[in-house]
Ligand binder design. Structure first.
Ligand code: FES
Ligand code: FES
Length: 409
């Protein structure tokens, strides 16, 4: 396929095979070998580049999906003053040893310094957790970023409203100017760090236990069942779940474009699994069986950047039951089936699928519970399925399982 893009400020036209990832294209066809390749599945961050001003993993981005885009590799930051400061700080703080991770670290660190300021060392670690280094132990990396973030010269330049680097430059739109170096640096140094705060929850979410059955894979489709009990009468739960927009608002990362039209809905699902981010846009059908308090949603969609596609089916049924104190409650039984193709197919592996389903099911159940208890509550996880919280949830679950096995022995 023929593609045209802007690479480090220069227009480039090339013939690429559809399966070629951006990292291979940059390194092997464009001979820009500053972009490194480590894990090749979106985990280590060595291949980080900028695409249209946002950092991205070039190893899980198809080159053809960058047709028309502005791509910037580490070589494209040679004249960038902010990057020069980071390079100096990395050298002086001994933030590299073999240097393999360094190009990706620098691109990610520059992005962080442009977007956020006044972060603690712990917050810098968390922000940079999508970039792995095998040598340095991270102390120097954190020190270098902290030093640039608190750099007096950087603050002075901000007061003079000068641009620190060529991109995004004065020609950017007002929306993206918000994230420009000058805009970032004009913020008061003492501005409290905004980033890691969850949105306020008006109703503290009650934990709702979710049972997940065995995961089966057949013909590329992962099937699993899960269930949970909500301490609300069935009619109330049905009223909420039978409204697709209200139900989507309770699902972490999901949103609908509008109400169903002839039983069809359009929407999107944001997934951020550690460093892997995807935005699936798609459409589906909603079929309701009110007599059975049952609803079936079927749909399919794709993520343009990674070229991944998903098709799936969610079938849930409500049964009347009672809480331990005898008040009316509702048991929700959910059958989920989905198939993933493309670079994100790893999410379909049974271990991850099970953990992911439990985590999402818990957030979904808690959001429904909170919405029924206090309709003004803000659903958790609407910024997308959080990589950090999910990673912690999955890791702690694995650690708990390991401990159970060890103690059991
Ligand atoms: S090589 Fe791309 S994230 Fe590791
Ligand atoms: S310096 Fe060697 S991997 Fe980071």
């Amino acid at each position: 396929m023929k593609i045209s893009l802007t690479l480090n400020g220069r227009p480039v036209q090339a013939d690429v095979a559809p399966r070629t990832n951006l990292a291979d294209f940059i390194r092997e066809q464009m001979l820009l070998t500053g972009t490194h390749v480590g894990c090749e599945h979106g985990v280590c961050g060595a291949c980080t580049v900028e695409i249209d001003g946002e950092i991205a993993r070039s190893c899980i981005t198809y080159a053809v999906s960058c047709d028309g885009a502005r791509v910037r590799t580490i070589e494209g930051f040679d004249d960038d003053a902010l990057m020069a400061r980071l390079r100096t700080a990395f050298t002086e703080e001994h933030a590299l040893q073999c240097g393999y991770c360094t190009p990706g670290m620098l691109v990610a660190a520059r992005d962080l310094v442009r977007r956020k300021s006044a972060l603690s060392r712990a917050e810098i670690r968390t922000e940079m957790s999508g970039n792995l280094c095998r040598c340095t132990g991270y102390m120097g990396i954190v020190s270098a970023i902290e030093r640039v973030m608190n750099d007096g010269d950087v603050q002075r330049e901000a007061r003079q409203s000068t641009w620190l680097g060529p991109a995004p430059g004065p020609q950017v739109s007002s929306a993206s100017a918000e994230a420009s170096p000058a805009a970032v640096l004009q913020r008061p140094a003492a501005r409290p760090a905004a980033p890691l705060q969850p949105r306020p929850q008006r109703a503290p979410a009650r934990r709702v236990a979710v049972t997940v059955g065995e995961v089966e894979e057949k013909d590329g489709i992962v099937n699993l069942a899960q269930s949970f009990v909500l301490a609300h009468p069935r009619a109330e739960v049905w009223r909420l779940l039978s409204d697709p927009q209200a139900a989507a608002a309770c699902m972490p990362g999901a949103s609908l474009d509008g109400p169903p039209v002839d039983g069809k809905v359009k929407g999107r699902m944001e997934v951020k699994l550690g460093p892997v981010a995807a935005s699936f846009a798609g459409e589906g059908t909603v079929t309701q069986y009110p007599q059975e308090f049952r609803q079936v949603i079927e749909g399919q969609g794709g993520d343009k950047k990674s070229g991944s596609r998903v098709r799936g089916r969610v079938d849930y049924r409500l049964t009347e039951t009672a809480s331990p104190d005898g008040t009316p409650a509702t048991r929700v039984d959910v059958l989920i089936g989905y198939g993933l193709t493309g670079m994100l197919a790893q999410i379909g592996r049974s271990g991850i699928a099970r953990d992911l389903a439990r985590h999402m099911g818990e957030v979904f159940a808690q959001n429904i519970d909170a919405a029924l208890t206090d309709p003004a509550s803000v659903p958790a996880g609407q910024g997308g399925i959080s990589g950090i919280s999910l990673a912690f949830a999955l890791i702690s679950e694995r650690v708990r399982a390991l401990l159970r096995r060890v103690v059991g022995r």
